[in-house]
Ligand binder design. Structure first.
Ligand code: NAP
Length: 267
């Protein structure tokens, strides 16, 4: 595999599972040393780190932190800088969804989703940007630092029962674009990848049920669920110098989910 990220230091939040694990493996395969952030599942973290360290690309370490907690996020970055010296790439991937209709949604449920998906993005982005601004003469990258957010097609597609999730993903979009505007002149790039339906534990209830899959395929012009590697490839591209002139945008990795699939059969 091409080593577009050799010598770079990356942190991927929520990287012991699903999309985050694939992203961490891809960035390491392209030469980056990677922090695998996790919260609950230490065994899964160890497995992902072992795979990366055996593969012979960049090396991996796990760091536990709840991305919605300011002290824990700051401590995680401090530990990363102690181990790796700095950060070149932040991937804000950790995310959760809680199903509920508005009339039944508790404030605790709302706060939880906003806390992990949106406040977590803010806290990690702030910590990364503070360090990017200190990055001088990074020989392996044309920019001082890159952030890639794992957003969702639900930054633009409304989703009944998941209004809190949609609010966070739409929020990430304009937050990311605003900070991309703030830091472009400092040579810091901030972009998002918006996956459609990617086969991971988060949506196991859909892909493990034939009826759920049949329904999903009606929303999927490309005719298959996405794989985690589809998303990882997009993140690696946006993190690399090949995307050096790209900032403040969203790359949809969704098999055409945003293409108004109902209209395939006429309007
Ligand atoms: P997943 O397999 O459930 O993984 C979620 C990850 O987030 C886990 O590593 C989990 O770590 C971590 N996490 C949860 N709460 C955390 C917290 N407070 N602090 C730190 N880490 C935390 O989900 P996924 O499908 O890969 O989703 C990853 C991202 O992609 C999410 O932002 C999701 O919204 C987005 N996305 C997914 C899809 C899809 O179809 N799968 C589509 C669009 C967008 P622990 O297990 O250690 O808690």
């Amino acid at each position: 595999m091409e080593k577009r990220l050799s010598g770079q230091k990356a942190l991927v939040t929520g990287a012991n599972s699903g999309i985050g694990a694939a992203v961490a493996q891809r960035l390491a395969a392209e030469g980056a040393d990677v922090v695998i952030n996790w919260l609950f599942n230490e065994d899964a973290t160890r497995e992902v780190a072992e795979k990366i360290n055996k593969a012979g690309g960049g090396k991996a370490i796990g760091i536990k932190a709840d991305v919605s907690n300011e002290e824990q996020v700051d401590a995680m970055f401090k530990q990363m800088f102690k181990e790796f010296g700095t950060i070149d790439i932040l991937v804000n991937n950790a995310g959760i969804e809680i199903h509920n209709l508005l009339e039944n949604m508790s404030k605790a449920e709302w706060d939880k989703v906003i806390g992990v998906n949106l406040t977590g993005n803010f806290l990690c982005s702030r910590a990364a940007v503070r360090q990017f601004l200190k990055n001088e003469n990074r020989p392996h990258s044309r920019s001082r630092g890159k952030i890639v957010n794992i957003s969702s097609v639900h930054q633009v597609i409304m989703w009944a029962g998941f209004s809190s999730y949609c609010a966070t993903k739409a929020g990430i979009n304009l937050f990311a674009q605003s900070v991309a505007q703030e830091y472009a002149e400092k040579k810091i790039r901030i972009n998002s990848v918006a996956p459609g339906a990617i086969k991971t534990p988060i949506n196991q209830n859909v892909w493990s049920d034939p009826k759920g899959m049949a329904d999903l395929m009606t929303k999927m012009p490309y005719g298959r669920m996405g794989e985690v590697e589809d998303v990882a490839a997009a993140v690696a591209f946006l993190s690399s110098d090949e995307a050096d002139y790209i900032t403040g945008t969203t790359l949809y990795v969704d098999g055409g989910m945003c293409l108004y699939p109902e209209f395939r059969f006429g309007g």
